[in-house]
Design a binder for this molecule. Structure first.
Ligand code: HEM
Ligand code: HEM
Length: 549
């Protein structure tokens, strides 16, 4: 229906000059918020396409799902350790004494409409969120996306991961059932093992001797306000930086350090992202509807004189738990104080591992001396030392995880607990070294294969018999696009020790750090760490004339 009409007096019609409704709303909003310039600058922003770039989105969407479901839970959860008697609908616990926190978690699970589903979605989304972050971090690591200028964004991401782990832990502790109480007890043990300040921190957190009467309410504020608040700010900063730096892209024809090839934010990327949000939500909801997670009614309320069997932390803390389980129970007594090395060393090691992850971009650029900007990603095989290092790290993590579930491995596979402990003790040191060597060899093998492919073409699988009886396989030459992708990477040279005598004839001694740097740099780029890619001359010589060999 048209809105145009003339009025009785023949005066120009107001309606005719009226813009469409959408434009008027946009005008109204622009006059007050100035969104036009912002939108103009960003709506057509180009995003490159690769499945691995969806991992950051998985983090984002699961974070949103956690917040949405978390808000629902706050409506019914009572963060109090006051003792009450249970009279809800779960019959086996009728008349039992328990904290209000535990009672309200049972109520959420059995009496609140949709409560159990929302609890399960919250918990499953938390597991997916942290898994998503770690896999996203691996993508960024293995492709070298953390290099200049994205080091600060790596740090923002790293903080998000650490805060996510802490938020998960505080959430896990809220229901105050036997499992979460056992987890908190382990955390208290870790805190107490820290020399000098440990006792004070523990007293502060628990309002006196463990478990005290305060920690649920304190953890609650930390869990629903403090940490998610900081994380929300960090996520926004993280995404602003992604837009500011523009996204990296894999090398390919037409892609350079100075452009981005892909689809515009509006409408293509937005439509994709919207759909993907519902996919992630749907999958997590389906998982939560069919797979029980943290059935708090099984173990009963927390009592500090009881420990549940089968106690497992959520998966992301499995490694630190494994290190504690595998560590010998060493203790030193000094001047009337006990230093519990059996607990303190794993705690310190966890801290060192986290610190190394945070600092990695800076360490790598110091070792390699690479201070250039990088907007094109590395194919993992073309950075064998970094790739091998990442796989070694994952191996150490996995071995620790086996240690964290040693009881489950023992019961499910009929293994001795001691054998598993020794496997973890040895595997934690030997596994990463083996993984490093094997991965590096695989990367070099793949580089050799790329070189072969460039020089001799792709094996076609077609066998030809020559007149004199010899069989040869036809090799098909690669397309220009493939040739470009396989040869466009840089092959930097390792750093050299500076001359001992400089141009003025002054003697200089290379410092230990300098020597270490050169050594590490050789490890990265030296002989045995990269297969020279074919030169243009080699390519010309081999490809001129024949299509097989
Ligand atoms: C709440 C957690 C996180 C969210 C919501 C998030 C979200 C995102 C999104 C949507 C992108 C762009 C798409 C992509 O490359 O996947 C991105 C890129 C990036 N993220 Fe995250 N991320 C999170 C955690 C992390 C972590 C743990 C790290 C590393 C320690 C990290 C480092 C980076 C870096 C360096 C980029 C730029 C990559 C590039 O341009 O290729 N992020 N992030
Ligand atoms: C990264 C952020 C978060 C993570 C990783 C996380 C994780 C968890 C986990 C694992 C639990 C235990 C669930 C259970 O099995 O009972 C939990 C409980 C809870 N969370 Fe969160 N959460 C996060 C953010 C939030 C936010 C933003 C809110 C509120 C606005 C919230 C509110 C709650 C409440 C009220 C509980 C206790 C209820 C219950 O345990 O059923 N959470 N959280």
């Amino acid at each position: 229906m048209s809105t145009a009409s003339t009025n009785q007096t023949g005066a120009p019609d107001q309606d005719r000059r009226k813009a469409p409704a959408g434009e008027r709303v946009a005008d109204w909003a622009d006059g007050r918020l100035g969104i036009y310039t912002l939108a103009k600058a960003n709506m057509r922003k180009i995003f490159p396409d690769h499945w691995s770039f969806m991992l950051g989105e998985v983090c984002l969407y699961s974070f949103l799902i956690i917040i949405l479901t978390g808000v629902y839970l706050t409506l019914f959860f009572h963060p109090s350790m006051n003792e009450v008697v249970y009279h809800g609908s779960y019959v086996p616990m009728q008349g039992m004494r328990m904290s209000e926190a535990y009672k309200s978690t049972l109520d959420i699970s059995f009496d609140v409409r949709g409560g159990l589903l929302i609890r399960q979605i919250h918990h499953w989304a938390a597991l997916v969120f942290i898994a998503g972050m770690i896999v996203h971090m691996m993508r960024v690591f293995f492709t070298g996306a953390f290099r200049k200028p994205r080091e600060v964004n790596w740090l923002f991401g790293f903080l998000l991961m650490v805060l996510g782990i802490f938020t998960g832990f505080t959430g896990y502790s809220l229901p105050d059932d036997l499992l979460s109480g056992t987890g908190v007890r382990i955390a208290d043990g870790l805190i107490l093992s820290v020399p000098i300040v440990g006792t004070y921190i523990s007293m502060f957190l628990f309002g006196g001797e463990f478990p005290g009467t305060d920690f649920v309410s304190m953890f609650y504020s930390i869990h629903i306000l403090l940490l998610p608040g900081i994380m929300l700010g960090l996520v926004v900063a993280h995404l602003i930086l992604v837009i500011y730096h523009k996204h990296t892209q894999f090398p390919g024809p037409g892609r350079t350090n100075k452009n981005v090839v892909g689809m515009p934010l509006m409408p293509v990327y937005m439509a994709k992202a919207g759909g993907f949000f519902f996919l992630v939500f749907g999958l997590i909801a389906a998982l939560s509807a069919i797979a029980t997670i943290n059935p708090v009614w099984v173990l009963g309320p927390y009592r500090s004189d009881q420990v549940s069997t089968n106690a497992q932390p959520d998966w992301y803390l499995g490694m630190s738990e494994g290190l504690i389980r595998a560590m010998p129970g060493w203790e030193i007594n000094l001047w009337g104080h006990t230093l519990v090395l059996g607990v303190f060393i794993p705690l310190a090691l966890f801290g060192v591992v986290l610190g190394a992850i945070a600092m990695y971009p800076f360490i790598e650029s110091w070792v390699t001396g690479d201070k250039r900007e990088h907007h094109l990603l590395d194919r993992p095989r073309n950075a064998p030392t970094r790739t091998a290092f990442g796989v070694a790290w994952i191996t150490a993590y996995m071995v620790g995880l086996v240690g964290g579930g040693n009881d489950l491995w023992a019961t499910h596979f009929h293994l001795s607990l001691n054998a598993i402990t020794w496997f973890v003790r040895i595997g934690f040191f030997v596994g990463p070294v083996l993984a490093f060597i094997v991965t590096k060899r695989i990367c070099l093998g793949l580089q050799r294969r790329d070189r072969e492919k460039v020089l001799h073409g792709r094996e076609s699988g077609i066998i030809k018999r020559l007149p004199h009886g010899e069989f040869v396989e036809i090799h098909e030459p690669l397309s220009q696009e493939q040739l470009h992708t396989l040869t466009s990477h840089n092959q930097p040279q390792p750093l050299e020790l500076e001359p001992v005598v400089d141009e003025n004839g002054v003697q200089r001694k290379a410092g230990t750090m300098q020597k270490l740097r050169v050594k590490l740099s050789k490890g990265f780029y030296g002989e045995g760490s990269q297969i020279p890619k074919p030169t243009a001359e080699e390519f010309q010589e081999i490809t001129s004339g024949h299509g097989h060999h």
